[in-house]
Write a protein of this length. Structure first.
Length: 202
């Protein structure tokens, strides 16, 4: 599920957009949820990304980095929304009905299995959450994240390092609820597992 990879056979017309969105929208929505921890907000973010992509579709396709651009838009809107939440609005433009309809099932899965991870993620600054999701859910390299987001690789490394350290600390603090002698899964493993769990409910 590497959303940073190129989309094969993509075209710059509306049909191309709809084909891309039908595949990518559920993935974007899951990433948005892992960033913000709320399905309603994730739906808003996904819709905003689709609107932004649609309005610039031909130019983005000609640029050759469609999924990278989507990652940049998603991260930018997420970070901006945490700074100015009053700016977020639900958009209802005529776009493909590509968002999956299994929110409740996915939410139940997450809340029953990995709510400690979601709570730990919620304590991190938005910029750190974003790079953690792109690194361990999309499986992008540091260089790919830096390119997607238009920031320095050193900045990505710093955010990853600080974010992982904070997650380890948060998860260790909550490890008293685990069975004695059972190791607490590493944050990177838990992030990947959580993403797979969300994907299986779609």
């Amino acid at each position: 599920m590497q959303a940073g990879s190129s989309f094969p056979g993509i075209t710059a017309d509306e049909r191309g957009f709809r084909e891309w969105a039908s595949v990518r929208a559920p993935i974007i929505r899951r990433k948005a949820y892992l960033m913000c921890g709320n399905w309603d907000t994730a739906d808003d973010l996904c819709q905003e990304v689709l609107v932004s992509m649609y309005s610039r579709w031909a130019k983005v396709v000609r640029g050759g980095s469609v999924d990278a651009y989507a990652n940049r838009v998603l991260t930018g809107k997420f970070v901006d929304g945490t700074r100015k939440p009053w700016r977020r609005e639900r958009t209802v433009d005529d776009l493909p009905e590509a968002i999956d309809n299994t929110s409740n099932a996915a939410m139940d899965t997450v809340e029953s299995s990995d709510s400690p991870l979601m709570k730990a993620l919620a304590t991190l600054p938005a910029a750190q959450r974003s790079v953690l999701v792109l690194r361990f859910v999309d499986d992008l390299t540091v260089e790919e994240i830096a390119s997607d987001l238009g920031i320095a690789a050193g900045t990505v490394k710093s955010r990853l390092s600080r974010g992982l350290e904070a997650l380890r600390s948060q998860l260790a603090d909550g490890s008293s609820t685990h069975e004695p002698g059972t190791p607490v899964a590493a944050p990177t493993q838990k992030l990947s597992s959580l993403s797979i769990g969300l994907e299986s409910t779609s």
